[in-house]
Design a protein around this ligand. Structure first.
Ligand code: 5GP
Ligand code: ZN
Length: 133
């Protein structure tokens, strides 16, 4: 995909700090890290997000997510990690090449990824599930 920064990174046309790669997926450090070792894992082929990536290719990406988490556990002793993937502009996706964030966490790191909850919506659950039939 022309003008996709992550495609440029895969092709070596833009600089990146590689953590790990396979034939299908690439892991590298996020340029705006929220914590040390904040990492992105992407498919080498261009897919916009969760909606267009085929299951097999997604598996290749999540396999690398797991590898990188284990690498950080084994080499760095990291045992707290958030894995986040945004699909769509209204879901806060900014780079439209599918990616998983691996965000190592530790007590007192100053981060707080919390959302506003609506427990009153539990009363709608049966109707919500009905819509999926
Ligand atoms: P999103 O909001 O789409 O889930 O996250 C996009 C992420 O890509 C951001 O965390 C941002 O810092 C990162 N990013 C954007 N451009 C570059 C780049 O050129 N290199 C690297 N390594 N990360 C980038
Ligand atoms: Zn791309």
């Amino acid at each position: 995909m022309i003008n996709c920064i992550f495609c440029k990174i895969v092709k070596g046309e833009a600089n990146s700090w590689k953590i790990y790669e396979t034939e299908d997926a690439y892991a590298f450090l996020d340029i705006n890290p929220a914590n040390r070792y904040h990492t992105l894992v992407i498919p080498k082929k261009h897919y916009t997000n969760i909606f267009d990536i085929p299951e097999k290719e997604l598996s290749a990406v999540t396999t690398v997510v797991k590898k990188v988490c284990k690498l950080y556990e084994e080499k760095l002793g990291i045992s707290n990690i958030q894995i986040i993937s945004n699909s769509g502009a209204e879901a806060q996706q900014e780079v439209f090449h599918l990616h998983f964030h691996i965000l190592p966490r530790k007590r007192g790191d100053g981060q707080n990824l919390r959302w506003i909850t609506h427990p009153e919506w539990v009363q709608d659950f049966d109707r919500m599930i009905e819509k999926l039939k």
